[in-house]
Design a protein around this ligand. Structure first.
Ligand code: GDP
Length: 528
């Protein structure tokens, strides 16, 4: 196959949702369609079980799953689909944000009864800011839930989206009869038989046809006609350009558990979802069909076996082809590396691959060369942007609890930070180390992994920080900046890249500082 055809047939996306909306179930059904798995239950949920905060076996279990489900690839009707797994737990939100830098589109799963939930809001906002094309799947139609129009309203308002339904439910819950597929103009009747792989659809291109009354009953048919008329009048028509630009979001209804409405979603997805997109770097925009390879690291996973310290770095191929045993430039380190056993991922296995195309994810064994955000090229000096650090929410001093193991502790902390588990800051005043995390859970993960993988012990001490902000000064020689550094010395630190960071202990003190030093900018992410 031609290089450009390989690009055109790829769809790399992520499924985002609030925990429990049905992400795992939907993933599984999609894989069933692709023939990538053959039974339900093959995809493990990457959820942290409730109350598992201090259950370390649970953390290990979760890590195991997150390796296994990092990327799930399958073929469907001639397209190669790569699903990138995104943790739903809020303590791991930053992992999800980073994974979103490697997707070309997303599917948002919403529970029909719960509507728009907190995590959905946060994740959709990130996608909206980056203009990532989104398709919404409203799940659990076999249960009583919100009225379809009410829910569409809620999605528009809370998620700030412009929706256009491409399917519409006929009843719901106990009374759920099926869906009308606006996209394909056919009716799919709900039988509630989850074993049925593909439901039989009945073509109804003319809604006034009496056949519709026969199928679902006169009352439901009239109701549906009215609702579809309303849909037609209220919502904008589907428009592929608007969808691809992130300005219009198609909506599907269904029940993942019953494998209902999923085929409709997948067929539409394959038809409209973007092929691998161009990506901005610090020097230029790189197109997927360029000959030379380039890609970036969006995830790093440590080996589960503490005896083997190697890690797996996940690279998204942006342009050209990634080939086994070929030399590539690690731009940050300025050195050439080649890889003898790059991995590709499939639903139930990973395999060594000789060649990967734009949109694909390659897993590279790494002994400590990679950090999240690193770029690989065939020699060109460029760095992909868009894998920023966000301000952590929790901050603690980290202390060495075993002076004989200082080296191990330093190495462990260093590697865990490269993996993106948390962020390390060094205070300017006294060189004390501070760890910042998105969720409280990470402190336990770090402590546990330091002990089990590096043989080091640490303790924590609370530190009152509201937000870490990255400092940008117009003129570092100015009197204003000098005064800022002197007055705020106690609150200044450096992140791992050496960038200056200001720790604000409250929202109020941040505002005061901003007012007092107008020429200094305080950023909430490390990339500006
Ligand atoms: P995740 O946390 O988003 O990955 O959600 P899961 O896929 O694990 O689903 C959470 C729960 O909802 C599980 O008990 C599923 O069996 C259930 N579920 C998923 N889809 C449906 C559906 O269409 N109908 C019903 N009734 N339950 C569903």
């Amino acid at each position: 196959m031609k290089f450009t055809d390989e690009i055109k047939r790829r769809r790399t996306f992520g499924i985002i949702s609030h925990p429990d909306a049905g992400k795992t179930t939907l993933t599984e059904k999609l894989l069933l369609f692709g023939g990538a798995i053959h039974e339900a239950g093959a995809v493990k949920s990457n959820k942290i079980k409730k109350g598992a905060t201090s259950d370390f076996m649970e953390i290990e279990r979760q890590r195991g799953i997150s390796v296994a489900t990092s990327v799930l690839a399958f073929e469907y009707k001639g397209t190669k689909i790569n699903i990138l797994d995104t943790p739903g737990h809020k303590d791991f939100a930053e992992d999800t944000f980073r994974t979103l830098t490697a997707v070309d589109s997303v599917i948002v799963v919403i529970d029909v009864a719960k509507g728009v939930e907190e995590q959905t809001e946060k994740l959709v906002e990130v996608c909206r800011m980056r203009n990532i094309p989104m398709i919404v799947f409203i799940n659990k139609m076999d249960r009583e839930g919100k009225d379809a129009f009410e829910l569409l309203d809620e999605i528009e308002q809370k998620l700030n989206l412009t929706v256009t339904p491409l399917s519409f439910p006929i009843g719901m819950g106990y009374d759920f009869k099926g869906i009308y597929n606006i996209w394909e103009q056919n009716v799919n009747l709900f039988t509630g038989d989850p074993k049925k792989d593909i439901e039989d659809t009945i073509e109804i291109s003319d809604l006034s046809s009496p056949e519709l009354d026969k199928l679902i009953g006169e009352k439901s048919a009239d109701n549906l006609r009215e609702e579809l008329e309303l849909v037609d009048g209220v919502y904008p028509k589907f428009n592929k350009e608007a969808y691809l630009a992130g300005n219009l979001q198609p909506v599907f209804f269904g029940s993942a558990l019953n494998n209902f409405g999923v085929r409709e979603l997948l067929d539409c997805f394959v038809a409209i979802a973007p092929t691998p997109r161009a990506k901005d770097s610090d020097s230029r925009t790189v197109k997927p069909d360029e000959k030379e390879f380039s890609g970036f690291v969006f995830k790093i996973h440590a080996n589960m076996d503490p005896k083997h310290r190697d890690r797996l770095a996940f690279i998204k191929v942006v342009s050209g082809t990634f080939e086994r045993n070929k030399n590539y430039l690690h731009v940050r380190q300025g050195k050439n590396l080649k890889f003898s056993s790059p991995n590709a991922f499939f639903a139930e296995k990973k395999e060594i691959v000789d060649i990967s195309y734009p949109g694909d994810i390659v897993g590279l064994h790494d002994t400590g060369n990679f950090k999240i955000g690193d770029t690989l090229t065939e020699g060109e000096i460029l760095n992909y942007r868009g894998v920023p650090s966000f301000s952590p929410e929790h901050f603690r001093y980290i202390n060495n609890a075993d002076p004989m193991k200082t080296k191990q502790l330093d190495k462990g902390v260093d590697q865990l930070m490269d993996e993106g588990v948390a962020q390390l800051f060094t205070l300017e005043l006294n060189n004390r180390k501070v760890i910042g995390t998105v969720g409280a859970l990470q402190f336990e993960v770090i402590q546990y992994r330091l002990e089990h993988e590096y043989g080091a012990k640490c303790t924590y001490e609370n530190l009152n920080v509201h937000k870490a902000t990255w400092v940008e000064a117009k003129d570092i020689k100015s009197e204003e900046f000098k005064e800022f550094k002197r007055v705020k010395a106690k609150y200044l630190a450096h992140d791992k890249r050496g960038q200056l960071v200001f720790f604000a202990d409250s929202q109020f003190s941040l505002q005061m500082t901003q007012q007092k030093y107008p020429s200094i900018k305080f950023h909430f992410t490390s990339e500006f």
